[in-house]
Design a protein around this ligand. Structure first.
Ligand code: ADP
Length: 622
């Protein structure tokens, strides 16, 4: 093969540009990323060698080697892992496979990054982080099973392009050679390298070796302790060690919100060290978000994300699970139908939910912080996990008509505050608390001192019907009929207004489903409500946002029997039911109600005309 020069994909160019100009203060993570890639490559080779021994070619001594060349200012990370062929190297080191990272780069402006350089560490910067410290990077790789002449040499100065050419390499695997730029030559120092390896890669299962000179003799030393912290006893681990390990597995900087560390014995034997992060990663809601803990079987890393071990809604949980029951050559298919895996999953799901419940009770402030970041996945759980729905519901927090803005109530607290004769748990969905607080739908509830929960998340619409608690059904204040007053009063009002209601119905039949006397209004003359099973405007808004066509349902117009406007309308009707003013006012009434629910008028020009003529009349009398 001849020498080829190829362009990086646009998003790689953007990423490299960000990398090179980054003021990120943890540039040393480049080494962690390269070691982690080397370790993954070895895991892959080892896994394949279980079924195809020939790829070993006599070398099953898995190892990552760091080599420093002070003269050429280079540091090399070598592995005897799976390696890459030409096609693979062009794809792996010329594009970005993860669309979450792609989108993140697009939305991230240079200014944002300048103000907050730590953002860089939030996504899997991977191989490209080399360019934070190197002006030139060379990768030489030979795929396991390929002959030595089929090796490939890749090189780039991050100037928009890279080259690939054939090469000869004696052994399987990959060498990544970084020619450090002048400002970053500190990384050639042996002690620097040692400290970075201990800080970020100590637990890596494969030996990370380096030649060191002691008493004029050069010998190879293993830099990482390879200690499996998750197998140690809790009492032997310091908080700092937990935090360091958390940083390994999460790429996060701060401390975790919670550490969950336990050993299960009995029918299923496994150890788990799991973390609940403080901050949600930017790509939590992307399809390709990698779910699940690292899976080890008998000290061997099998998978860096084992999604079979946690329900999708707990995807924010990071950590490691090590089983001694599973086979070493466990495949995805085995994982998907394995009783042991089910037992582990059930167990760790319970531990995570228990830890959250415990945190909610013992550290309410920390829990609110957690909830701010992760309420959505928890709510997803309520939607999908019938079995644990009740437990998940206890983790919910809502603002309500009885909480200060920014403060929350749980369903339990709500239930405890309920009036003795209260029939339902009341909630309202909408875009914001402020908006909902002003709405007419709450009038009667406020007057009766009934607490209403404010549901402002989009996903709330989907879980609201599930908020049944303490044997009380959940009910939307904007849907269906509400009967807070004595039933007889309402019946009487219905009788009194029957005829005028019929007239209004006839006039507005194209726009509304029904008209009735309201049980929820005190100060406003009228409002629109959705029928019990229908979508309300908030739901319609959300469906539209999700790109779904929402069938716009007709609403029910409710009138307030105690409002002077309704009284006057009735009085005019009683006097002369053919008075044209009645029809005109029917439309005005409906249009007001539309505005109140936050919807658009169908005929703004007609509305303005009607209002103007009313104003003129009023002014004439003034
Ligand atoms: P990530 O590791 O998150 O996929 P990287 O940018 O670090 O992202 O690497 C991109 C890809 O390049 C890897 O997925 C892998 O296929 C390949 N790669 C990187 N380093 C090595 C290596 N040492 N050996 C084999 N393949 C590698």
């Amino acid at each position: 093969m001849s020498h080829q020069t190829l362009e990086f994909k646009t998003e790689v160019k953007e990423l490299l540009h960000l990398m090179i100009h980054s003021l990120y203060s943890h540039k040393e993570i480049f080494l962690r990323e390269l070691i982690s890639n080397a370790s993954d490559a070895i895991d892959k080779a080892r896994y394949h060698s279980l079924t195809d021994n020939s790829i070993l070619d006599g070398d099953g001594d898995w190892k990552i080697k760091l080599t420093v060349d002070k003269e050429n200012h280079s540091i090399t990370v070598s592995d005897n892992g799976i390696g890459m062929n030409e096609e693979e190297i062009i794809k792996a080191l010329g594009t970005i496979a993860h669309s979450g990272t792609k989108d993140f780069i697009k939305t991230l402006t240079e200014k944002q990054l300048k103000d907050n350089p730590e953002l860089i560490g939030q996504f899997g910067v991977g191989f490209y982080s080399s360019f934070m410290v190197a002006e030139r990077v060379v990768v030489i790789s030979r795929k396991a099973g390929d002959p030595k002449e089929k090796a490939i040499r890749w090189e780039s100065k991050a100037d928009g392009a890279f080259t690939v050419e054939s090469f000869e390499k004696d052994s399987r695997g990959t060498d990544v050679i970084l020619f450090l730029n002048e400002e970053n030559r500190e990384y050639l120092d042996e002690w620097q390298i040692r400290s970075i390896v201990t800080k970020y890669s100590d637990y890596i299962e494969h030996p990370i070796c380096m030649d060191v000179t002691k008493d004029k003799k050069t010998e190879e030393e293993i830099l990482n302790s390879r200690k499996a912290i998750w197998l140690k006893d809790k009492s032997e681990i310091t908080k700092e060690e937990y935090t360091d390990f958390y940083k390994h597995v999460s790429h996060d900087f701060g401390d975790p919100a919670r550490v969950i560390h336990f050993k299960a014995e009995g029918t299923s034997e496994f150890s788990a060290l799991l973390f609940i992060p403080k901050k949600a990663p930017f790509d939590l809601f992307y399809k390709e978000f990698k779910i699940g803990p690292i899976l080890f079987v008998k000290r061997v890393q099998i998978m860096d994300h084992c999604e079979e071990l946690l329900p999708v809604y707990l995807r924010f949980v990071k950590g490691v699970v090590e089983s001694s029951d599973l086979p070493l050559n466990v495949s995805r298919e085995i994982l998907q139908n394995n009783r042991q895996v089910d037992v582990i999953k059930k167990n760790i799901t319970k531990k995570v939910l228990d830890a959250l419940a415990e945190m909610k009770n013992s550290e309410p402030e920390a829990y609110v912080e957690f909830y701010r970041e992760f309420s959505r996945p928890i709510k997803e759980g309520i939607y999908v996990d019938q079995q644990r729905k009740e437990q998940l519901k206890d983790l919910l927090l809502f603002e309500s008509t009885k909480t200060e803005p920014g403060k929350h109530a749980s369903l339990k607290e709500y239930a405890e505050r309920m009036k003795a004769d209260q029939e339902c748990i009341y909630y309202m969905t909408g875009e914001s608390r402020e908006e909902m607080e002003k709405s007419p739908y709450l009038e009667a509830f406020k007057e009766k001192d009934l607490e209403v929960l404010f549901l402002t998340d989009e996903i709330d619409e989907f879980i609201a019907p599930d908020l049944e608690y303490a044997n009380k059904k959940a009910k939307s204040v904007t849907r269906g009929d509400v009967d807070l007053d004595k039933k007889e009063d309402k019946k009487e009002a219905e009788k009194k207004y029957k005829k005028v209601i019929d007239l209004l119905k006839d006039e507005l039949k194209d726009d509304i489903k029904d008209i009735r006397v309201s049980g929820r209004l005190k100060d406003s003359p009228c409002c629109l409500v959705a029928d019990e099973g229908d979508m309300d405007p908030n739901m319609e808004r959300i469906m539209k946002m999700m790109g779904q066509t929402a069938p716009v349902g007709k609403r029910i117009l409710e009138i307030n029997p105690a409002h002077p406007l309704i009284e006057s309308l009735n009085a005019v009707f009683e006097k002369d039911k053919s008075n044209p003013v009645l029809k005109e006012h029917a439309h005005l009434l409906y249009e007001q109600a539309l505005l109140l629910e936050g919807s658009k008028l169908k005929d703004p020009a007609g509305f303005t005309k009607r209002i103007s003529s009313l104003m003129a009349e009023h002014l004439n009398k003034a």
